[in-house]
Design a binder for this molecule. Structure first.
Ligand SMILES: [Zn+2]
Length: 347
């Protein structure tokens, strides 16, 4: 199977996107897959009427399908950004109750079935080890949530590749990975990982090598890099107290807790970072999918709303007007390398 090469691409109201995506430009970069998070489709607990926001997402999927893209979908999650599926409803029962998980399984099954012709791969929820996304679920509850969601996706589309991703490699992420691989509820197909070495995580692109080994040791399954990337603007926190609580300070300081060898965060460094990561992924046959975060710069930071905050705003391969940044061409070269090294017959 050819590797999945893709980018996080989706409309987010809080991002303030002004123009439509340039699908031809995406194709020319080597993007064949789009990773997007789905909202809970329904307006209420009867699970009948669809919301207008979800209808907008369906329209977006139609456009992607018409342009020949495949979808790495991800299912809703308890915390995080509503635009991409956050704030999963407690219609089924309070968070952590059996009813809560059961409703989640139904919603996941519905989504996988609804998009079965275009979304042949799914990530269940998003980064549930991280407080940004788990909405207060404990690690144990998060594991149950993920497994029940995965069971739903498999029910809705038995042929889909299904896996999970964690944010980085902290203690909680590793504990959750250990519970999930293996488990006795559902057979997962891949182990997903999100790494931002030099921004949220210590190190640089070369840290992926040891992390890919670690992921392989945990799961013995193919690996999907669900998120990697580097911002073309912003600083680095120097104050240890800020670094410890970086989620609280990042938008104020416009900085991350780590840097990549003290390099400036600019368009040139971003391009070099992307290229180095993709060279490592291309050389590793265990990697069956690579998704850059993200395709375009945001018009506003979705965390703080500021038009010039880089924390979520400046990670794009293209800018807010879809003009290419040097990282675009680095990604394009990396995509060629990834295709040359098509993964062996794991699927
Ligand atoms: Zn911000």
């Amino acid at each position: 199977m050819p590797r999945m090469i893709g980018a996080a691409v989706q409309r987010r109201r809080r991002d303030g996107s002004r123009i439509e995506r340039d699908y031809a430009l995406m194709r020319a970069a080597g993007v064949e897959w789009v990773r997007m998070g789905f909202r809970t489709p329904f307006a209420d607990a009867t699970l009948r009427q669809l919301t207008s926001e979800f209808r907008d997402q369906e329209h977006e999927v139609e456009l992607l399908r018409a342009h020949g893209f495949k979808l790495m979908g991800y299912t809703p999650f308890p915390g995080g950004d509503l635009d991409i599926g956050g704030g999963f409803s407690a219609w089924g029962g309070p968070m952590g109750s059996a009813g809560y998980y059961a409703l989640y399984e139904e919603v996941c099954a519905w989504l996988a079935e609804r998009f079965r012709d275009v979304a042949s791969a799914w990530q269940v929820a998003n980064e549930l080890n991280a407080p940004d996304w788990n909405g207060g679920l404990t690690a144990e509850q998060s594991v149950t949530f993920l497994l029940q969601g995965a069971r739903g996706v498999k029910r809705g589309n038995p042929n889909a590749l299904v896996g999970v991703n964690m944010a980085g490699f902290d203690e909680r992420a590793l504990w959750m990975y250990q519970q999930l691989f293996p488990n006795d509820v559902v057979a997962l197909d891949y182990i997903g990982a999100d790494g931002y070495f030099g921004s949220y995580n210590e190190g640089g692109p070369e840290h992926w090598r040891e992390k890919l080994d670690q992921l392989h040791a945990i799961a013995g399954l193919p690996i999907v890099v669900q998120e990697f990337g580097y911002p073309s603007a912003g600083g680095t926190m120097r104050d240890p107290a800020q670094r410890r609580e970086h989620q609280r300070f990042r938008c104020v300081e416009r900085a991350w807790p780590y840097s990549w060898e003290e390099r400036p965060r600019d368009a040139t460094t971003q391009a070099e970072y992307i290229e180095r990561c993709m060279t490592i992924f291309a050389a590793d046959p265990r990697v069956i999918g690579v998704f850059v975060w993200r395709w375009n710069d945001g018009g506003r930071c979705w965390l703080c709303g500021s038009p010039d905050c880089p924390i979520t705003g400046n990670w794009g391969l293209v800018d807010i007007d879809e003009r290419t940044k040097p990282a675009y061409y680095a990604f394009q070269r990396g995509a060629v390398r990834l295709h040359q090294g098509d993964s062996p017959d794991v699927y």
